[in-house]
Design a protein around this ligand. Structure first.
Ligand SMILES: [Zn+2]
Length: 141
């Protein structure tokens, strides 16, 4: 058995037990995983810094030695492998998904301050992550 921290679009966080990651993905695809609070089936895994920290035991020296850079890198890698890069079209795509015009999926990209404001006004949930900017990413801007 494996336990995941899960969350719904309303931000309720709960634990789910599954045989495996594949089992979770399968059940979630079928809409069988539901929020115990609001019964929403649009469930996704919480990327928890605590969970990431747990997976990397740190020697108990009395000193907090959290490797934040490595943590950030892992989060970025997770996002990169679990979302579609839509670049500067992020705001437009997020709105389309929000209104059901486009297929529901995880996307990532960049948004201007104005676009972020619009997304917030429309009630679109998004998370800002400080991506380390690489040479390639720069070219798309
Ligand atoms: Zn919920």
């Amino acid at each position: 058995m494996i336990v995941f921290d899960l969350t719904c679009p309303q931000g309720h966080i709960f634990e789910g037990w599954f045989d495996s990651n594949e089992s979770f993905e399968e059940q979630n695809t079928l809409g069988l995983v539901r929020c115990p609070v609001c019964d929403d089936s649009d469930i996704r895994k919480v990327i928890s810094p605590v969970a990431l920290k747990k997976s990397q035991p740190v020697a108990q020296t009395g000193q907090e030695t959290i490797d934040y850079q490595r943590l950030a890198k892992e989060v970025v890698e997770y996002i990169k492998t679990n979302s579609e890069d839509v670049g500067a079209q992020f705001a437009a795509e997020a709105l389309k998904i929000h209104y059901g015009v486009a297929e529901k999926r995880s996307i990532r990209g960049s948004a201007t301050a104005d676009e972020e404001k619009t997304l917030k006004e429309e009630g679109v949930e998004f998370v800002k992550v400080p991506f380390p900017v690489s040479e390639d990413d720069n070219k798309t801007n």
